[in-house]
Design a protein around this ligand. Structure first.
Ligand code: C2R
Length: 163
């Protein structure tokens, strides 16, 4: 079994600026993860070996971030029974709409849980991964509740000039 229940994979080093927000959210929740660069286009053999072996390696959830022609989440989902959450990384040319559409429009039968473009999507992918793991981990469920309580408490009732 892998020591980390969550794999964060991304198509390029350049995606880490976005995907590190997923990693940070997992850190806050005390969830171990393994972050790797895997590209359906540039490292296809690495993708096949990772995706086919992910369950046997002990991963329980996969977060996959990619930009542009973002085939990574869908191709990963095609080769593993594990839940895959896809994060569209904001691209320079088309602002991430290309990434979003590449990830979200999967054919029936092979699902990818698709998040928002960019940082919000990366954070929410981590929170969804946490929610899945919390179904069978009551201590984590309590940490997740506490995280939400802190978020709620941090929202002021009125706007301030100081921001
Ligand atoms: N979409 C994919 C895949 C894939 O889907 O397998 N592999 C790399 N890429 C994307 O190419 C973009 C540009 O990559 P570079 O910055 O390395 O040129 C990245 O956002 C990456 O996710």
């Amino acid at each position: 079994m892998a020591e980390a229940p969550v794999a964060i994979i991304m198509g390029s080093q350049s995606d880490w600026a976005t995907m590190r927000h997923a990693a940070e959210a997992l850190d806050i929740l005390g969830i171990a993860y393994d972050a790797r660069i895997v590209s359906a286009h540039r490292t296809p053999d690495r993708l096949v070996s990772f995706a086919k072996g992910a369950k046997a390696a002990g991963f329980q959830v996969i977060i996959a971030g990619a930009g542009g022609a973002a085939h990574l989440p869908g191709m990963t989902a095609a080769m593993t029974p594990l839940p895959v959450f896809g994060v569209p990384v904001e691209s320079k040319s088309l602002s991430g709409e290309d990434s979003l559409l590449s990830i979200v429009q999967m054919p029936a039968g092979i699902p990818v849980g698709t998040l928002a473009i960019g940082r919000a999507g990366a954070v929410n992918a981590a929170l969804l991964a946490a929610a899945v793991l919390a179904l069978h981990d009551s201590a984590l469920a309590q940490r997740l509740d506490a995280w939400r309580d802190r978020q709620t408490a941090s929202v002021a009732e009125r706007p301030s000039d100081e921001g």
